[in-house]
Design a protein around this ligand. Sequence first.
Ligand SMILES: C[S@@+](CC[C@H](N)C(=O)[O-])C[C@H]1O[C@@H](n2cnc3c(N)ncnc32)[C@H](O)[C@@H]1O
Length: 273
Amino acid sequence: MLNQDDREKMDINRRYWEDVVAVHAGSRFYDVPGFIAGENRLDELERGEVGDVNGKSLLHLQCHFGLDTLSWARLGARVTGVDYSREAVETARSLTRECGLDARFIQCNLYDLPGQLDEQFDVVFTSYGVLSWLPDIRAWARIAASYVKPGGFFYIAEFHPFAYVFNDEADHLEYRYLYFNTQPTRWEMAGTYTGAEDKPEQHEDWEWAYRLGDVVTALIDAGLRLEFLHEHPFTVYEQFPFLVKTGHMRWGFPGGTQLIPLMFSLKAGNALG
Ligand SMILES: C[S@@+](CC[C@H](N)C(=O)[O-])C[C@H]1O[C@@H](n2cnc3c(N)ncnc32)[C@H](O)[C@@H]1O
């Protein structure tokens, strides 16, 4: 259950997510001109694992300013994106118009979504940098599961929690943070993941850490039936300075070594389906 303190921390975070949207939308990382010109922003990982979405309804939780949501729309899905950042949702709506796509975006805190959206979807999707903003993983799982139609599924591709125990500024894998930390952590941030040249104003944020087992168990307890859990030795941003670029939006260890998992992906169906 969320308490007042969780709400206050989420509000501090939301202010960060309001400020950073313009920086991200202008970044080379997100390459909005390329997207407008027709590029698809989805990684081959989620495209392959989610499969054909043509004609399917898809709910995208924590959709940021909508590039991935609109990429699913370009593949034929009927999409709904949800994010609590007003800037993010407004930017997503304006990109929808500019690209001539059909999409619905809802500005709402995920934890309040059941009061605003009463529907079920073939696919409930979320990805890359979503879990650390959530104060209650079990409530998140229940909400995500409640939007999956019988016969539909939930899918997440996310950074692996084990990779977060290492110092992201060191030039080698250097252990730094507890895997079993259960307390929210306050960070002072000067940059953002889109690159060194993108510098939003100094800000604070609060993040929560979850073990892989917490995530899987929360989804199973929410009534979903696990179809797969994959761990990957590559990632979609330069998480450590010593990673090498191995493809479009792909980073891995030098020499192709598979030292630790950097991401995981999971698919779970509605048990009634
Ligand atoms: C790292 S971004 C996701 C980025 C996305 N994978 C992409 O590349 O476009 C995390 C998003 O979660 C949103 N968010 C965080 N907490 C939320 C909450 N409680 N409810 C709704 N949105 C939330 C933020 O506004 C932000 O847009």
